[in-house]
Design a protein around this ligand. Structure first.
Ligand SMILES: [Zn+2]
Length: 183
């Protein structure tokens, strides 16, 4: 019993550490904006049914269930099933799994960090050329040569593009994520 209480305290402490930015990151990773609202509600409830969540939010029951199943796929929520004694239908009780959420966030951050590092290396190792027309794309030197320094979209001349600002921004992002991951 004491162990259970201790574990619960630990989970609650972990949850209070989950700021909105982190929740937003989880929701974005899941590709669902309503997931933020939903996790926020799960966060403040010990256990809750999908009906109750739909009533508390403006989210339709179908969408609530869709998001819950997606969270369930990532083990971010647990599910308990009971039967309504009157109707005989199943009632689903959902509960947030804070420990899993932490792990999920860490692995998401690692994935983002990997992508940023790849991008940073690419920016570092290439010289870029650009027509300076909004909406057109920068191209690396090798491609600019093939195009005889003419933009393939607007056919204006391609000129050297200084990517220092991009490099700085990427480096800063990488450093922040590394710090957050304790690397
Ligand atoms: Zn162009």
């Amino acid at each position: 019993m004491e162990n259970t209480v201790h574990h619960l305290d630990k989970s609650v402490a972990m949850l209070s550490n989950l700021d909105d930015a982190t929740l937003l990151r989880v929701a974005t990773a899941l590709g669902e904006e309503d997931a933020v609202k939903l996790i926020g509600i799960l966060k403040n409830a010990e256990e809750i049914t999908d009906d109750e969540i739909a009533n508390k939010t403006s989210i339709r029951l179908n969408s609530v269930r869709k998001i819950l199943y997606r969270l369930y796929d990532h083990s971010l929520v647990s599910l308990r099933r009971t039967r309504d004694p009157k109707t005989g239908w199943f009632i689903f009780h959902w509960k947030l799994q804070p420990d899993q959420l932490e792990g999920f966030i860490v692995s998401q951050k690692r994935r983002v960090l990997e992508k940023l590092n790849t991008r940073l290396e690419f920016e570092k190792n290439h010289d870029f050329f650009y027509c300076y027309t909004p909406g057109c794309k920068r191209v690396p030197f090798e491609e600019a040569v093939e195009l005889v320094f003419r933009c393939s979209t607007c056919s204006k001349p391609l000129m050297h593009y200084d990517n220092d600002k991009i490099l700085q921004a990427l480096t800063k992002k990488v450093e922040t994520l590394r710090k957050e991951l304790g690397e």
